[in-house]
Design a protein around this ligand. Structure first.
Ligand code: ZN
Length: 268
């Protein structure tokens, strides 16, 4: 796709994101790869309703601005981490869609998978990345998931999705929010029912056959070095690895059990 069509799409999806109610104030950011080592992206401190073609900027793979009159957004570090690890990815989208963001703010993963079609689109893992300080800690928290899935909820922030096109990254954002809205609605009816493992497995292999799987999909992340982690993030990491291995288990229950075990160890 030419740079001019990508620019038009970035503006179009910025406006769509605002119209969908996924951003407020200056929230959200979008980027698309125009060459192996450069991306076009939205500027910082702009309502997504107001982004125009002339407001977009071009940045190199180290985050340096190459063209454009505005400054890049600080969460560009997350986008750059995704591009660096996923040569197949052409676009990254970040927003704060209210239902998915609510799950993250409550410290809960969306209880995916509960709809078969969503497994084909997103795989069986939709992790909750722990809340960290901005900058490098947020990149470190995201890194284990970049090659394992195409969408994450970030606690205390929002949703980050990526894909082989801006359209697919955007549609994944839309799907994550849709799932979160359904899961939230189902709470009043007793909560969503997880898919049977055999069905999830069949759908995951269908997805792999269609060439949609992320490179390390289904593999639990390795444990990051203990020295780089606080107790809290170490615990969150255990929760995520258990989630990856048991995609049908209740994320809240896993988090509760891990917290109880950690509390028990602390008391001894
Ligand atoms: Zn954000």
């Amino acid at each position: 796709m030419s740079e001019s069509s990508l620019r038009r799409d970035l503006v179009r999806y910025s406006h769509a994101m605002y119209a969908a109610g996924w951003v407020a104030n200056h929230d959200g950011n979008l980027s698309a790869r125009v060459a192996p080592d450069r991306v076009v992206c939205t500027p910082t401190a702009f309502s997504k309703a107001d982004v125009g073609l002339d407001d977009l900027l071009v940045v190199s793979s180290d985050g340096t601005r190459i063209a454009g009159r505005h400054r890049p957004f600080s969460e560009l570090a997350l986008h750059r981490a995704v591009y660096a690890q996923r040569p197949d990815v052409q676009a990254v989208v970040h927003a704060h869609p209210p239902f998915a963001t609510a799950f993250g703010a409550a410290g809960q993963a969306i209880p995916h998978p509960f709809l078969p079609e969503a497994v084909v689109s997103l795989g069986a893992t939709l992790p909750l990345v722990p809340l960290t300080a901005p900058g490098q800690p947020s990149v470190d928290a995201l890194r284990p998931w970049i090659t394992r899935c195409d969408a994450v909820v970030i606690a205390g922030n929002g949703v980050l999705t990526w894909g082989p096109s801006l359209e697919l990254a955007y549609l994944r954002m839309e799907l994550v929010e849709h799932l979160a809205r359904i899961a939230h609605g189902a709470v009043a009816l007793g909560g969503v029912k997880p898919l049977p493992q055999s069905l999830t497995d069949a759908l995951v292999s269908k997805r792999a056959k269609a060439g949609l799987a992320a490179p390390d999909e289904g593999r639990a992340p390795e444990r990051p070095s203990a020295s780089a982690q606080s107790d809290h993030s170490a615990r969150a990491d255990i929760v995520h690895r258990v989630q990856a291995g048991l995609p049908n288990a209740d994320p809240a229950l896993i988090a509760q059990l891990v917290a109880q075990i950690a509390a028990g160890q602390g008391a001894r």
